[in-house]
Design a protein around this ligand. Structure first.
Ligand code: UD1
Ligand code: CA
Length: 459
C-alpha cells in the first residue's frame, strides 16, 4: 500500500510565534491540512506526520487522525524521515511519498503524475522538481547526460556552476518503501550543514545501480513554502484568488473582491452574487441566485436558492430558499429558517426553528424556540430562555401574532393563531386562538406637565 510521510517539525522562527510552522493557516486551514488533503485526494490514507518543535500541538490538531513520530533533535530532512522507519516497516510493499508540511500547494495531479513516472521507470526514488527564476536556497537538480538525474546539491554545498541551475528540488519525493528504509541507513552528515540530507538518497541509489528519476512540474507554486508572515499573507492571497476564480468559472457573480474570503470547502451555485466583505467558511453551501453580502460571515451553513443575506453572521445553521436575512442579523448555531421567511434588522436567533413565511422583522431575540409557519414576531420580542440555571424552550404555533415587546418566559407553549398584546410577559401556556394580555390599568393624569412646570418656576 502507498503511504506518505509529512515533515512538520519546523518552528518557523521568522513567524515569531510559539507554534509549529505547518499549523499556520492559509485560507482558514493549516498548511499541514492542505498537504494532507493533497495526499488524501491522491488516494493515500496511511500518513505519518513527523513532529518536532511543539510537537504536542501537531498531535492536538490531528486528534488521532494520523500517526505521528517525534524528531527530538533537528538533524536534517534525512534524520526526520528516519523517525518514521517503524511506520515504514509496517508494510514495505508499496511506495512512500515524502512531503513538507509547510508547502501547501502541492496537488493531487502532481502527486499522481509523479507516481506514474516513478512506477513506469521502476525507480527507487523520484523527486518532484520545478524551475525557479530565483533558485537561491533550494537544492539544485543535477541532470545527467541523457535527461536523467545524477543528484541534488544543496545551496551551501553547491559550486558556482551548480548555483546557476534553475531546476530545484520541491522537497516532495516518491520512494519505493523498501528502498527508502535501506537508503536511510546509508546517509551521513558529511556536508556543509552537518545535517542528514534526505536528498543524498538519490546519489546513493544511483551508485548502487538503482533507478532515480525526476518529475518536473510546470507549476512552480507546488514548491512554495511560507517562511514569514509576509509570505503567509501572499499565500492567502494566492489561495483566495484561486478559489474565487474557480467560482467565477462556475457562474458566480463578483463585482468587487474587496474583503471577499471564500474557503476552498465552500460550494456556491450558479447565478449567486457575492458582494464585498463576504467571508464564507467551512462546509458552507450557497444556493442558486442568492445574493450574499456586503459584510457577511457564513460558517458551516446551507443557504437555499434565492435567499438574500445582507450584513449578517450565520453559524452552523440552515436557511431555506427565498428567505430575506438582514441587515444586522446574528444567526447562531443550530437554527433552521423556513422558506420565504424574513429575519430583519437587529434580530438574534439561536438553536431555534422558524417556519415558512414567518416574519421576525426587527429587534428580537429568539433562543431555544420553535416558531411555526406564518407567524409574526413583533418588534422587541424576547424569548426568556435562561433562568440563570437552565435553558428552556418556547413553542409558538402557526399563524400566531406576537405583539411588540412580548417576553416569553420559557418553558412556555403558545398554540395556533395566538395573539399576545404588546408588552405582555407570557408565563403560562396559551391555548389555540386565544389572546394573552398582561398589563396594569393605564391611568391618565391630566394637566400633569403644566403643574410640574409651575412647581419648577416656584409659582
Ligand atoms: C530541503 C531540501 C532542498 C529542497 C528544499 C525544498 C534537503 C537536504 N534539502 O531544504 O533540496 O529544495 O527542502 O523546500 O532535504 N525538517 C525537519 N527536520 C529537520 C530538517 C527539516 O522536519 O531536521 C523539515 C522542515 O520543517 C521542512 C522540511 O523538512 O518542513 C524542509 O526543511 P527546510 O529546512 O525548509 O529545507 P532545507 O533542508 O533547507
Ligand atoms: Ca536546512
Amino acid at each position: 500500500m502507498n503511504k506518505a510521510i509529512i515533515l512538520a517539525g519546523g518552528q518557523g522562527k521568522r513567524m515569531k510565534a510559539d507554534m509549529p510552522k505547518p499549523l499556520f493557516k492559509v485560507l482558514g486551514e493549516p498548511m499541514l491540512e492542505w498537504v494532507i488533503t493533497a495526499c488524501e485526494s491522491a488516494g493515500i490514507s496511511d500518513i505519518c506526520v513527523i513532529k518536532g518543535f511543539k510537537g504536542e500541538m501537531i498531535d492536538d490538531y490531528l486528534n488521532g487522525r494520523y500517526t505521528t513520530a517525534l524528531q527530538a533533535e533537528r538533524l536534517g530532512t534525512g534524520h526526520a524521515v528516519m523517525q518514521a522507519v517503524p511506520f515504514l516497516k509496517g508494510d514495505t510493499s508499496g511506495n512512500t511519498l515524502v512531503l513538507c508540511g509547510d508547502a501547501p500547494f502541492i496537488d493531487e495531479a502532481t502527486i499522481k503524475e509523479a507516481l506514474a513516472l516513478h512506477e513506469e521507470q521502476g525507480n527507487a526514488v523520484t523527486v518532484i522538481t520545478s524551475e525557479l527564476d530565483e533558485p537561491f536556497g533550494y537544492g539544485r537538480i543535477v541532470r545527467s547526460g541523457n535527461g536523467g538525474i545524477s543528484g541534488i546539491v544543496e545551496q551551501k554545498d553547491a559550486d558556482e556552476q551548480q548555483k546557476l541551475i534553475k531546476e530545484v528540488n520541491s522537497g516532495t519525493y516518491w520512494f519505493r518503501t523498501a528502498d527508502l528504509v535501506e537508503l536511510l541507513g546509508k546517509i551521513t552528515n558529511e556536508n556543509a550543514q552537518k545535517e542528514y540530507y534526505l536528498t543524498d538518497t538519490i546519489s546513493i541509489a544511483i551508485a548502487e545501480g538503482k533507478g532515480a528519476g525526476a518529475y518536473k512540474s510546470s507549476n512552480p507554486d507546488i514548491i512554495k513554502g511560507a517562511n514569514d508572515r509576509k509570505e503567509l499573507l501572499e499565500f492567502n492571497d494566492y489561495a483566495r484568488m484561486k478559489v474565487i476564480e474557480k467560482h467565477m468559472l462556475n457562474g458566480v457573480e463578483f463585482t468587487c473582491l474587496d474583503g471577499v474570503i471564500i474557503e476552498r470547502s465552500v460550494e456556491i451555485a450558479q447565478g449567486a452574487e457575492i458582494l464585498p466583505g463576504t467571508i464564507l467558511r467551512g462546509k458552507t453551501v450557497i444556493g442558486a441566485g442568492c445574493k450574499i453580502g456586503p459584510n457577511t460571515i457564513i460558517e458551516n451553513s446551507t443557504i437555499g436558492d434565492g435567499t438574500v443575506v445582507n450584513t449578517a453572521q450565520i453559524y452552523d445553521s440552515e436557511i431555506d430558499s427565498d428567505v430575506n436575512v438582514g441587515p444586522f442579523v446574528h444567526i447562531r448555531p443550530d437554527c433552521h429558517i423556513g422558506k420565504s421567511s424574513k429575519i430583519g434588522d437587529f434580530v438574534e436567533l439561536k438553536n431555534s426553528s422558524v417556519g415558512e413565511k414567518t416574519a421576525i422583522a426587527h429587534l428580537a431575540y429568539i433562543g431555544d424556540s420553535d416558531i411555526g409557519r406564518k407567524v409574526n414576531i413583533g418588534c422587541g420580542t424576547v424569548t426568556v430562555n435562561y433562568d440563570g440555571i437552565t435553558k428552556n424552550r418556547c413553542v409558538i404555533g402557526d399563524n400566531s401574532f406576537i405583539g411588540c415587546n412580548t417576553n416569553l418566559v420559557a418553558p412556555v407553549k403558545l398554540g395556533k393563531a395566538v395573539y399576545t398584546a404588546a408588552g405582555t410577559t407570557v408565563t403560562r401556556d396559551v391555548p389555540d386562538y386565544a389572546l394573552a394580555i398582561e398589563r396594569g390599568v393605564m391611568k391618565i393624569n391630566e394637566g400633569y406637565t403644566i403643574r410640574k412646570l409651575k412647581t419648577k418656576q416656584g409659582k
